[in-house]
Design a binder for this molecule. Sequence first.
Ligand code: PLP
Length: 470
Amino acid sequence: MNAGNRIDNAPTGAYGVGRSMSTTAYHRSALFLRDLAREPIEIVRGEGVYLFDDEGRRYLDGASGAAVASLGHGNAEIADVISQQARRLAYAHPSKFATREALELGQKMIERAPDGLTRVIFTSGGSESNETAIKLARQYHLGRGNANKYKVVTRRTSYHGATLGALAVSGQIGRRQPFAPMLLAQPMIAPTSCYRCPFGQQPESCHLECADDLETALLNEGPENVAAFIAEPIVGSSAPGRVPPDAYWRRIREICDTYDVVFIADEVMSGNGRSGRWWAMQHTDVSPDLLTTAKGIGAGYTPLGAVLAREEFHAVMQSVPGNFRHGHTYSGNPLSCTVGSKVIEIIERDGLLANVAARGLQLQQRLDEAIGAHPYVGSVRGRGLLMGIEFVQDRATKKPFPVEVDFRTRFSHACLAEGVYVYQGGGNVDGRRGDHALLAPPFILNEAQAEEMVTGITRALERVTRELPV
Ligand code: PLP
């Protein structure tokens, strides 16, 4: 295609699957939809890896929503524990009460956690987890007499959540822009990208300049002012499937230790088994100080998140008046905790971590064969079932499509038309430009279903290629 041409068939709302008039009722309904330009597809049922709409169409849930529904849909065992728990005890306020369900889930998570993480604070989602971790890092430094330490270093193009504190440490320009005056300015360093190295290096010539960039930022800001560094071990929605070399994390750990900076690993997407191990950090020999998570731990059956912390955070909070001055109403509610415990039990009992690793390798290999050489595919990458396809307008120069082309939406719609749901995204180049799709199917995906994903994605790419304006 010629990028200079006017884009006159940008996606308008058709999923390419045809929508009945009845669905337009959505726009007259009370719902404040997320996407106000397009009709949503009404999903009425889920079964295994599939979602079904109100007109009986079937979609393979190739992203588990957004790396959420890791056990797939309609799991009867989870439904049973929810029902039993709701009858037994739905809620007790965490200011005075603890419950058996929270104790049990906390214990299970710590037994599977990266080395050194011994305490759990429950939340209801990823943004809450990151807000909690940032505040814990700050109060930890305060409690140790380091009152100046408040800044949180993050990476450009990253995403760590939608609330103002989490958004302030997110590098996605498009998401930040409307709220820019309300966001605390936080230092940003280079992202890790072996495909699109911000330092122009090749893997052979890499000296981990992107890790050293943390030290540069700390020296610029004054390390005495910096509380924490936050990063995803495997990047999720903002540049899916980026995995830096292990040496990157060793260098980050070293820098954080040298300057007394808390290392927060955001495993909201990469955690809870999605990488093929419980935590993506466990593929390295590095442990964070705080680990944040959500999404897969509730597997879509309930909102649930957590922050895992080293013992010293607990000890310092115990020593300060008022302890940790932070909390959320639904933190550790027994209904969500019961689901979390069952999710862990099922993943282990059914050997799903091994399946995640095997299906991840299968998808990588088959996608490489099917679309790896396509002129619009820059990179197919990931670990376990946290994968991404990065699209480019020009493979040789890695030039992204102009934002107006909205390649990401064209592709995700074409996938829906082929019966596969993928999570579209963008901003991998500079926080705004760069189209990609996140692939993160449920852990129960079988070999044939993985093949079905590859076929749907391949056809969708052919469809978009045909339909792009020339
Ligand atoms: N951190 C990461 C890495 C995420 O991908 C997300 C959401 O996509 C969040 C944090 C925010 O999580 P939530 O949407 O549950 O608030």
